[in-house]
Design a protein around this ligand. Structure first.
Ligand code: FES
Ligand SMILES: [Fe+2]
Length: 325
């Protein structure tokens, strides 16, 4: 399960989107997952497949913190425990559980663990946990691309004056030609920091790569906070869901969310067709593509991907008995 993306915490949504009355269905690294809130309001996740006949639990309803399968009405709590099997009061419900996954709320976001025994808790960046974080606006879009190509795109600055020549690449476009761009990737415990300079002058706007799949761009105006974050969640080998997040300490009224969302969508659309056209779909070993000095951050990401994610998988604990007629 969760092939090539196992045993990591990933952002999967925004906490306020998960209501008590409705399940939230999603795909993560090839697995169907359903999120809902238990009777205490805590975010919970199950593999979205009823242990009875495999239908999507997310098509069912949530009542009093328990999700009911839409097919024969079996009910499961947030830990996957079977609470009810209609018509079968003698059923051994302890053997008829759904498969639960670790799920948390942190920094205003929903986090899912792509495995079963996390040794650490999710670590949202300081941007998300800071007291002065006042406005988080979020939206998601879907691209037909492998998540590694999407992640690389987010860490790649040399494309800005070409793909985004009329938006965020306008300033860098002035230096294209004989200018020398330096891209430095400094390893950090959370992933890495990317700093850029042009002809020896450092550029404003450092960028963080947060393992496994988040880019955070710091574009703080003087005395203010303004960050763009993108989480690249693999849905399957051809599809990536991007959560585009803006965190700001100015223009706080929700009314302004519209403008930030519009801008984020516009920039993402500029990238989309380019990234979706990449071949091969998944990033290959570095030697199989031509690279130059300014590819240092994307090559650093590739190394981390190959060392920590490629080849990973998780196995669900088996705890089910079959009824033998
Ligand atoms: S398939 Fe879920 S209860 Fe039968
Ligand atoms: Fe881009």
């Amino acid at each position: 399960m969760f092939k090539n993306f196992a045993n990591v915490w990933t952002i999967v949504g925004v906490a306020q989107d998960l209501k008590r009355v409705a399940p939230l269905a999603m795909r993560v690294a090839g697995e169907r997952v359903v999120l809902f809130r238990d009777d205490a309001g805590k975010a919970c996740a199950l593999i979205d497949q009823c242990p009875h006949r495999g239908v999507a639990l997310s098509l069912g309803r949530v009542e009093y913190g328990v999700i009911e399968c839409p097919f024969h009405g079996w009910r499961f709590d947030g830990a996957g425990r079977n609470c009810h099997v209609p018509w079968n009061p003698d059923a051994k419900r302890e053997n008829l559980a759904a498969t639960s996954l670790p799920c948390r709320e942190a920094g205003g976001l929903l986090w899912l663990y792509t495995g079963f025994d996390p040794t650490e808790e999710p670590e949202p960046s300081q941007t998300l946990t800071a007291q002065d974080r006042v406005a988080l606006c979020a939206q998601s879009v879907t691209w037909k691309a492998h998540w590694t190509r999407v992640m690389e795109n987010m860490l790649d600055s040399p494309h800005l004056p070409f793909v985004h020549r009329s938006t965020i690449g306008r300033d860098l476009a002035k230096h294209v030609g004989d200018g020398r761009l330096e891209m430095v990737f400094e390893s950090r415990t959370y992933g890495g920091r990317i700093c850029a300079s042009v002809d020896g002058s450092p550029r404003a706007g450092n960028m963080d790569y947060r393992f496994p799949n988040v880019m955070e761009l710091f574009i703080d105006p003087p005395g203010k906070t303004f960050r763009l974050m993108v989480a690249c969640i693999p849905e399957d080998e051809q599809t990536t869901r991007l959560w585009l997040l803006t965190v700001r300490s100015f223009a706080r009224a929700p009314l302004f969310d519209f403008a930030f969302r519009w801008m984020n969508r516009r920039i993402a659309r500029e990238d989309q067709a380019i990234v979706e056209s990449s071949l091969p779909a998944e990033v290959p070993p570095p030697a199989e593509e031509a690279s130059v000095r300014t590819d240092a951050p994307t090559l650093a990401f590739r190394k981390i991907y190959r060392e920590r994610l490629l080849g990973s998988s998780a196995s669900a604990p088996r705890r089910r008995e079959c009824f033998a007629p």
